[in-house]
Design a protein around this ligand. Sequence first.
Ligand code: ATP
Ligand code: MG
Length: 233
Amino acid sequence: MSALLEVEKLNSYYGDSHILFDISLEVAKNEVVALLGRNGAGKSTTLKSLIGMVRPRAGRIVFDGVPIHGLKSHAIAVHGLQLVPEERRIFGTLSVEENLVLAGMTAKSRWPLDRIWEVFPRLRERRRSRGTDLSGGEQQMLAIARALVRDPKIILLDEPFEGLAPIIVRDLLATCRTLAEAGQTLVIVEQNVTAAMTLADRVYIINNGHMVEAMSAQAVREHPEVLHRHLGV
Ligand SMILES: Nc1ncnc2c1ncn2[C@@H]1O[C@H](COP(=O)(O)OP(=O)(O)OP(=O)(O)O)[C@@H](O)[C@H]1O
Ligand SMILES: [Mg+2]
């Protein structure tokens, strides 16, 4: 079986600082992969390198059979790889609905809004509200919905639960699980390891820009000391 996303020996830099060292990973279709690591380990840089926001200096990224390393981020997005960034970046002056229509505009295929409302009924209620008037949880729903509306093959989630109340995290987790069960391929970066572990099929751990573990979620549950060793949890 060939992977939907194959990353081989990725090396990324900020200026002269070498941040990612030979990062390799694979994501199969319908899989949920968690990418874990301490603060500053290089998780966000990995996601940014995948979508071309950071231009990797070496390495190969093959997505759905197409080499995408070196492509511009909008071209990578059109191929079906979507990042939901940590800072969410929704348009505060636009309504929920306008944010979604705008996001869908340049996509090859898109979800009808009714399908988005089924996943996020709360966003339907808030469809006329401006981005700035949304709660943190609603903003995160909108950030994920903006990715979904472009009918992506993979969604990369960078700390989707950060700063949200436990009850909101529980709801968002349930939504992510529903999406995963419907076949949506996900890569999730989270400090909330417990939450990430309830979703993940497989786990990668990054330490100081190096990939140090690649395990099934089942193996991690059987050997939780691995999380303690690398993450201190
Ligand atoms: N724009 C930037 N310019 C220079 N260095 C950066 C930049 N962004 C991140 N770094 C550095 O790159 C390293 C990896 O950062 P990255 O954001 O990928 O880590 P992370 O694993 O996502 O951490 P966190 O859990 O804090 O989000 C860190 O040492 C960080 O200080
Ligand atoms: Mg980060």
